[in-house]
Design a protein around this ligand. Structure first.
Ligand code: GDP
Length: 205
């Protein structure tokens, strides 16, 4: 899929106020500083579509972008930011939870993981929660340029082992990306393309 257009639609903290209609949508989520804004900008070929925040955890909004006038990309708040106050965290978790539970247009969530890090409990438990709620997701490893290919492979294998050792019998699709080298974005867009076709076949029935 080529990106012909990408535009901001709306930001809010209320799933009820997200765009109506039946356009398929794809959520991007991960720990603060994982490289989410950089990846969204790289995928969409725009410098400042998603705002790279100098203060992580500050922008806690559901951001909708319309891509190719055909589907929505949703930038969700980064989680696990230690400096967000307890009450802030609570509110932010509630509206993310509401989003995932209520948003019928959501086709797939892309969960971003920094390829350098050991599997983190907050990410593993979030995946488990997605699984329990039957929300399809894929894992997107970010910042691949920071590791040599061999170390990338080792870390991904470690991740997969951890998942299989916990609750997972089958692993989700995995993407390896670098916003710096602009790699991996095409694969994500092609995957979205495939899922869009399936989504439209299903809603026609
Ligand atoms: P967000 O908080 O998840 O939206 O993360 P940002 O996109 O703002 O990125 C956090 C930091 O990681 C910034 O300093 C980025 O320049 C850096 N970063 C993001 N993606 C990459 C990448 O692919 N490679 C490298 N080397 N650095 C990256």
């Amino acid at each position: 899929m080529d990106i012909k257009s990408a535009q901001f639609v709306i930001s809010n903290t209320d799933v009820e106020k997200c765009p109506n209609g039946s356009l398929p949508e794809y959520a991007f989520i991960g720990r603060s500083n994982v490289g989410k804004s950089s990846l969204i900008n790289s995928i969409c070929n725009k410098k400042n579509l998603a705002k790279t925040s100098s203060r992580p955890g500050k922008t806690q909004l559901i951001n909708h972008f319309l891509i190719n006038l055909d589907w929505h990309l949703v930038d969700l708040p980064g989680y696990g930011y230690a400096r967000a106050s307890k009450s802030q965290k609570k509110v932010f978790q509630a509206f993310i939870t509401n989003y995932f539970e209520q948003r019928k247009q959501l086709v797939n969530a892309f969960l971003l993981i920094d390829i350098r890090h050991e599997p983190q409990p907050v990410d593993l438990s979030f995946m488990e929660w997605l699984g329990i709620n039957q929300i399809p997701f894929s894992i997107v490893f970010t910042k691949a340029d920071k590791l040599k290919p061999k170390a990338q492979e080792q870390n991904i294998a470690h991740y997969k082992r951890e998942m299989l050792a916990s609750v997972w019998e089958e692993l989700p699709p995995v993407f390896i990306t670098s916003s710096l080298h602009r790699t991996g974005g095409k694969e994500i867009l092609n995957y979205i393309d495939q899922l869009n076709v399936q989504y439209r076949q299903n809603i026609e029935i």
